[in-house]
Ligand binder design. Structure first.
Ligand code: BG6
Length: 511
């Protein structure tokens, strides 16, 4: 790890500097990087936004954001005082070249003051429709043209469909080199998601079993209790497939399904992930009916609180057809995974907020234990818990203590909080730190984005031309519509829903 004085002097310019993402995620993440000593000694944040607010007011508002959202809780006065010195609020109209000339002056003055040409990071924390516009102004004013030192960070959604994603890639690549473009998928910054590579490729134990010969099915559950919150204008256009599957969940499939890369270089890893995306079976129209289920939440109860139906949420059309739930059965058509179904389920207003991947292994080939000695018959499971619980559980059969031979399933558990004392960083801390270091492994390359869109386009197209017959079709607080149960039951399986704490106080109960 580099000492802070060895880190390149850096100026982070945030477009949308007073927006929600900056308030909830970026400022708390940068503040934590400051506390942990990961920011360069020479470091500046230019928060660019159109609002007319004084620096002092801006700082105060973002201190509140840090106090509310930082994993560390309330900031200490001392640390915040140090940190706020780095922040400059710049009121600007980001649709006007003049504003970028003003930024140019700030960059030049800072370089002079620091006596060095600082790295520049341009973070687009803005509505997607502004990205092309900002990129055009960066181009016109030449302030982001050094491919070694200037980087741009683009948030999701990256496009609205395959065509618009291609178009956006084309525009960005016409201005910047691919190595300058950091497309964020915040799931890739999560500790437990990064750990999938460590777990698979730093251990000799599991990889020999990681294929169709031993694995029967894989499930990915990413469920949320929250509803659409205050994001209806975006979500009405997006829906669950665009919002969660096109990016986060397909990336999880890549990590579980990829071949070992030769090293951890950005392109080695991204090439292997791309192979998975290439191999995911493309759906015909009929395949969509058979493999994909959509849902929209009705009113119901979450943690004892009555909650509204999606169509009754603020700014949602009262006849909205947007899906707030999706379940899909994918297949990876390659040597390793042929015939292994991968079931994914995601939705809002579901019973639990929890994300986990379940690997279900096949039954033993020959059963020497008669059914009478087995109190419960469970197949081996490996559960990779991403959040809120963080760890891995391996569920297997063992002999129960006693004079006779009786079997009972037990669990072996790795839990982050028992094994590591330091608090895991937030995904945005990891990702911002990587952008500062110029490390692109955890970011999406243009071809990955386009492949991911091409996988889900048939689902989006078929759904768009066949409006759902009965929305809303699941109650808030449930696990989604009955069709999602039917999708998996058709193959003789059921959704694993784990709510047990990740410790030895409870054994995992399968259905
Ligand atoms: C975002 C989606 O990308 O991920 C949101 O747009 C979703 O709709 C969020 O709530 C979930 O992220 P996390 O980190 O809470 O799982």
């Amino acid at each position: 790890m580099k000492n802070i004085s060895e880190l390149e002097p850096t100026i982070v310019t945030i477009f949308g500097g007073d927006g929600d993402l900056t308030w909830r995620k970026l400022m708390p993440a940068l503040f934590n990087l400051h506390i942990d000593g990961f920011l360069p000694e020479k470091f500046k944040i230019l928060s660019v936004d159109m609002k007319d607010i004084a620096q002092e007011e801006y700082n105060k508002r973002h201190l509140e954001g840090v106090n509310k959202f930082s994993r560390r809780g309330k900031a200490t006065k001392k640390k915040w005082k140090e940190f706020e010195k780095c922040i400059t609020y710049v009121q600007a109209d980001i649709t006007n070249d003049k504003s970028y000339n003003n930024l140019k002056n700030i960059f030049n003055e800072t370089d002079k003051e620091w006596d060095v040409e600082a790295s520049r990071i341009f973070y687009m924390a803005v509505s997607p429709y502004l990205i092309k516009e900002i990129a055009g102004h960066l181009d016109n004013t030449g302030i982001a043209e050094n491919s070694q030192k200037h980087r741009i960070v683009v948030e999701k959604p990256f496009g609205h469909d395959l065509e618009s994603a291609r178009e956006l890639n084309k525009v960005l690549q016409g201005i910047f080199s691919e190595c300058q473009i950091y497309r964020i998928d915040h799931y890739l910054g999560k500790e437990t998601v990064q750990n999938i590579m460590a777990f698979r490729f730093a251990n000799a134990l599991f990889e020999p079993l990681w294929n169709r010969n031993f694995i029967e099915q894989i499930q990915i559950n990413v469920s949320e209790q929250v509803g659409v919150e205050n994001r209806a204008s975006y979500y009405e256009q997006a829906g669950a497939v665009r919002d969660m599957i096109q990016n986060h969940i397909l990336q999880l499939i890549c990590l579980v399904g990829m071949e070992p890369p030769v090293d951890l270089n950005a392109n080695s890893v991204r090439d292997k992930k791309l192979e998975v995306l290439n191999a995911i079976r493309r759906f015909s129209e009929n395949d969509v009916y058979v493999n994909a289920v959509r849902g929209q939440y009705d009113k119901g109860w979450i943690e004892g609180q009555e909650v509204k139906a999606y169509r009754d949420e603020d700014n949602v059309d009262n006849e909205s057809l947007s899906e707030t739930f999706a379940a899909v059965r994918f297949y990876i058509d390659n040597w390793r995974w042929q015939g292994v179904p991968i079931y994914v389920r995601t939705g809002k207003r579901l019973q639990e907020k929890t994300s986990y991947i379940t690997i279900q292994f096949k039954e033993v080939p020959h059963k020497i234990f008669p059914s009478g000695v087995r109190e419960l018959v469970d197949q081996n499971l490996m559960v990779i818990s991403i959040q809120p619980q963080m760890g891995i559980r391996i569920h297997f059969e063992a002999k129960k203590t006693g004079l006779d031979m009786r079997l009972k399933p037990v669990d072996m558990i790795f839990n982050y909080s028992d094994s590591y004392k330091n608090d895991p960083p937030d995904a945005y801390e990891t990702l911002l730190n990587d952008v500062i270091l110029g490390e692109a492994t955890l970011f999406m390359r243009s071809d990955q984005i386009e492949e991911a869109w091409s996988i889900i386009m048939p689902i989006l197209d078929v759904w768009a031309s066949n409006p759902p017959q009965k929305f809303p079709n699941y109650q808030s607080g449930s696990w989604g519509p009955p069709e999602a149960e039917a999708l998996i039951a058709h193959d003789g399986f059921y959704w694993h829903t784990f709510t047990e704490p990740l410790d030895n106080s409870s054994r995992l109960t399968t259905k």
